[in-house]
Design a binder for this molecule. Sequence first.
Ligand SMILES: Nc1ncnc2c1ncn2[C@@H]1O[C@H](COP(=O)(O)OP(=O)(O)OP(=O)(O)O)[C@@H](O)[C@H]1O
Ligand code: SF4
Ligand SMILES: [Mg+2]
Length: 346
Amino acid sequence: MNTGKEHHPSKKSTPAVESKGALLEIQDLHTHFHTPEGVVRALSGVDLRLNEGRTLGIVGESGCGKTVLALTILRLIPQPPGRIAKGKIFFQGVDLLSLDDKGIREIRGNKISMIFQEPMTSLNPVFTIGSQIEEVIALHQPHLATTRRQARDVTVQMLDMVGISSPGKRIDDYPHQLSGGMCQRIMIAMALACKPSLMIADEPTTALDVTTQAQILSLMKDLKDETGTSIILVTHDLGVVANSCDEVAVMYTGHVVEYAGIESIFASPLHPYTKGLMRSIPTIEARKRGEILHTIPGNVPMGKDVPQGCTFNNRCEEVMDICRKEYPPVFVPAEGHSVRCWRYRR
Ligand SMILES: Nc1ncnc2c1ncn2[C@@H]1O[C@H](COP(=O)(O)OP(=O)(O)OP(=O)(O)O)[C@@H](O)[C@H]1O
Ligand code: SF4
Ligand SMILES: [Mg+2]
């Protein structure tokens, strides 16, 4: 198994974006889970930056650490068994890991809001959706809701904004009376009611059908353009990334293995893992040619199964000797495009 040292031969952080003016800057972040089977290094030295008004996609197979990253930013990791072992998370210049409980509560919901995959589990079944949104407005934007009438009007406006038809009627519905897509729109309305600077959406459309998925993503994009909110979009779907994101970070075994602007990564993916993910996207052309869909052999290793050296070496088609010994540092083969793979050593 890799030691922390092997994972971080270089102190260099992902150098793709100027840190100046970054809304969020994550440095050498490690989150571990202490389980009876041993320590799971869910995040193993993540460096990332997000500038204002941008959408950053986080992609990777199941178990790569995407949700743990989102939860670590908001300090929602269950402790124990989890522990944020090391690192810094600067948000608007303040290290979130240095805040006390009151400080982080003020950030959560106020400045950073989160949307989860299963909207039904995030909404309270015993209250109407209207009352739940009104509560968020009263808490985060009380000046908009000085009277009950005003709170209701603002809520109707928000429902309208997220594309709920007949919002004046729907406001009195309970969550079970709405479809999954509508519930996700409600979650977006609630997330926006906080007027956040950053919205973290963890697989917000995975549970929805393709048409609703496209509608929700386009809604998020429009709202982002209107409000200037930055977004971190966690998804296992590269198609979603292509349509929605400005930058993308590819995660594997708790590391960001490739980071680039959206055009750059699709035009020239560098990391063998990213290339594998790209080849796994089904296309009509490939189907017409009778090609069998490519899959990356094996599974994401966890805990004691994580190989020494590059953690992808047991699945990589381009593996070399050094890959079995040392974890690769960050290389920057093109401006704004960084990769952790020995193939790019100069
Ligand atoms: N509460 C926990 N206890 C122990 N291990 C955990 C816990 N939560 C997450 N992990 C481990 O951390 C690693 C990263 O998990 P994470 O949920 O972030 O993956 P993910 O990339 O979001 O996957 P998915 O696409 O399936 O949502 C996994 O190995 C997972 O088993
Ligand atoms: S460092 Fe080696 S094993 Fe890892 S992705 Fe690059 S070529 Fe493959
Ligand atoms: Mg997840």
